[in-house]
Design a protein around this ligand. Sequence first.
Ligand SMILES: Nc1nc2c([nH]c(=O)n2[C@H]2C[C@H](O)[C@@H](COP(=O)(O)OP(=O)(O)OP(=O)(O)O)O2)c(=O)[nH]1
Length: 141
Amino acid sequence: MTRMTPGAERIVVVGAALLDGGRLLAARRSAPADLAGRWELPGGKVEAGERPEDALVRELREELGVDAEPLGRVPGEWPLRTPYVLQVWTARLRPGSPGPRPLEDHDELRWLTRAELWDVPWLDQDVPAVREVTARWRAGV
Ligand SMILES: Nc1nc2c([nH]c(=O)n2[C@H]2C[C@H](O)[C@@H](COP(=O)(O)OP(=O)(O)OP(=O)(O)O)O2)c(=O)[nH]1
């Protein structure tokens, strides 16, 4: 018989390291109040039965109006508030995709060069993930 381990429920939030021309897209949250004004990797919760890459494409379409292609998982997983954990994929815009617009959840977007990466106040919980992205980015991802 399979038993659920108490406290084992865990919901994955996928974040996109959307890269274009050597820049990374950062998005400023407009809600909820405790996260508003801080910057994150756009994305959202993976739904039951959904593949994380599919969730990423869906969330980027809903939130930014773009047609994105996931490239690869950034190794690691970062705890958010229970029961959420953040996983990150690198991604790029498919040819012909509209440019990103802040349609939901965000009120400002910025394409950051490497030199500008730490100019925005990232959510605290995103900092280790963004650091990991940088390591990959440096390696040419
Ligand atoms: N998308 C995203 N969410 C993050 C990041 N860091 C972080 O703490 N979060 C939090 C904010 C939210 O509490 C949760 C994701 O919720 P969301 O509002 O973006 O996802 P969603 O569109 O699927 O949510 P919902 O409105 O359908 O409930 O994870 C991040 O880098 N990207």
